[in-house]
Design a protein around this ligand. Structure first.
Ligand code: URA
Ligand code: SF4
Length: 218
């Protein structure tokens, strides 16, 4: 896919049939980069085809890796609350990540510390994300943080410069959906200077996203 990719990438693992269930089954066996080696399992996206909103995080965390579902840990709880406060029905959302395996280091004993996925790993995993967008066909994709935003909008994209704006997909994209980038819910949890303000700004961005999609769509 990219000249900088030193790993095979997920493309060769994509099934011919591109339904969500076929994609999920195939992704369970993906060895497109090294991250499958130490993680417990592939954490694929969840939600229904036709969901008007797709939320894209960075990668599964410790809880997600163990349970096999996206956003079931502390970041997920904050996200659920923010969606509620933004007036977004959870049923209208498909939730996934830019990278489908947990990347971590081990500190003394057994605590597993999240590590940011590299650009190479984000690019390696992108075929799953693109296939999900094509299968779900959302009206709007919300990128939660830089890893998701840069996967879909390129490495030069800066969330800080463009958060909360409705964006068009890059011109050569195989998919059609508007985009909106905002911060990652973990960044809201970590914001020690003014967490309340960080949360309010996050909810504001989600409200823009919710307002941009047609309610009650199939
Ligand atoms: N952070 C993410 O980016 N995704 C998850 O699924 C959980 C935490
Ligand atoms: Fe495949 Fe993505 Fe997991 Fe790498 S992180 S092995 S590309 S599913």
């Amino acid at each position: 896919m990219s000249a900088t990719t030193k790993v095979p990438g997920a493309q060769r693992y994509l099934p011919q049939k591109r339904t969500l269930s076929a994609l999920r089954a195939a992704a369970a066996g993906c060895h497109g980069c090294e991250l499958y080696r130490n993680a417990t399992q592939t954490v694929f996206g969840e939600g229904r085809r036709g969901a008007p909103l797709m939320l894209v995080g960075e990668q599964p965390g410790d809880h997600e890796d163990r349970q096999g579902h996206p956003f079931v840990g502390p970041a997920g709880r904050l996200l659920d609350r923010a969606l509620h406060d933004a007036g977004i029905d959870p049923e209208s959302v498909y939730t996934t990540n830019a990278v489908k395996h947990f990347k971590f280091t081990r500190r003394e004993g057994k605590r597993r510390i999240h590590q940011k996925p590299s650009r190479t790993e984000v690019v390696a995993c992108r075929p799953w994300l693109i296939a999900e967008i094509e299968a779900v066909h959302p009206q709007l994709v919300v990128c939660l943080g830089a890893s998701a935003a840069q996967s879909l909008l390129g490495p030069a994209f800066r969330v800080s410069a463009s958060r909360g704006e409705l964006l068009s997909p890059p011109t050569e994209s195989s998919w059609q959906a508007q985009l909106l980038a905002t911060v990652h819910p973990s960044a809201v949890l970590r914001d020690s200077s003014d967490r309340r303000e960080a949360y309010r700004a996050f909810v504001d961005d989600l409200r823009v996203a919710g307002g941009a999609v047609t309610k009650g769509n199939a």
